[in-house]
Design a protein around this ligand. Sequence first.
Ligand code: G3I
Length: 405
Amino acid sequence: MKIRRSIAVGALVTATVGALTVGPALANLTYRSPADQSLKQLGARHDLYIGTAVNTDLLADTSDPTYSQIASSQFSTVTPENVMKWEVIEPTRGTYDWSKADAFVKFAEKNHQLIRGHVLVWHNQLPKWLTDGVTAGTITKADVRALMKKHITDVAQHFKGKIWQWDVVNEAVSDPWETNNVIKLRDDASKGFWYNNYGPDYIADAFRFARAADPNALLFYNDYNIDAFGSTGADDKAQFVYTLVKDLLNKGVPIDGIGSQGHLSTRYGNFDPLQIADAQNKFASLGVATAITEADVRSLMTDGLKAGTDNDVNTAVQAQAANYSALMQGCLASPHCISFTVWGFDDKHNWTTTTDLGSGPGGEALAGIYDANYKPKRAFNTLKADLAFSGAPYVVDRIKQRPRR
Ligand code: G3I
């Protein structure tokens, strides 16, 4: 034991002497300012992939080259905002249109970006022939079961080897205000399509079909409002998702990751970095990877914001940055958080500008990290700072996730 003690003392002395002498040498390090590095370069410090959802119509818009320039230079992973969804891929039953999705894959491969496939099973953006057929009774429950299996198999096989992460099932869990503060699998008329027409086992089956079609893609469950845990009781959506995934894993369902979308608004209380870090680590404790998959932070469009008055703009811009930072720091805090994706990067093309979230279309907006003229906002540089000014012992390289068989 004495020997160990002398080694410990020796190590302390060496470290102290080292610290005293290393000062001047540090001053000569070639320091590359974070301002001169891209988000993906700064993310690479931690082996963290930084991504964006991509609007493929804008990629093709030669009158707006800046969109493509940013999409290709700042990000190391990309997600198709819409073109891998069922209504686009299979517009008529049994007839696939891969053109837009293949163009997206080509863009990603040209820019050496990993792809988050989005989305195999969701209640939104389903093709009319499917939803109308179910409504008319011409598509039976047995048909729906066969059609979901075929869709997942055909799509996952078409993109086999090109998808890093698949959002296999998206938004299957209710929000507390929708179900009297008792969270459950969505079974309502508008969002319960798969529960009602396939059956509650659609989630497990979707992951099994995806794994059978692609042995190497990481298979994610993806949802919003699971950024942090609340009461951990019946009204806690994050807790419900945690238990849902834990139960599915215990049944041998091949789930490799949980995606926390991160759609926030500065009008709400939201969460601090420690709460988000706790959620990331708790999800990861199931043996899965995590990812922030659709981060954006919108603001209620007050008259001041619409007019661009300083008081409102300054408040919104700083509150937005703080919320993006909380998501990034929460992700960095867990070595299992393997990617951080924003859901589009500029204010002009963000989904919120045309969506009614309770205050009319565009009633909540300005969600991007760039403004409508592609000028970086406070959030952009705050994300860079979080990536640049962080490191061991609290932030370490990401731990790679192996696909579950
Ligand atoms: O393609 C049609 C076009 O032909 C038609 O002329 C036009 C006008 O009606 O609509 C176009 O479809 C639109 C589609 O985006 C493609 O642009 C739909 O109306 C529009 O509702 C759809 O919105 C998308 C939304 O999902 C649908 O729920 C947003 O772009 C997309 O950003 C948003 O993304 C979702 C994620 O997939 C899942 N998580 C939430 C996130 C935000 O809602």
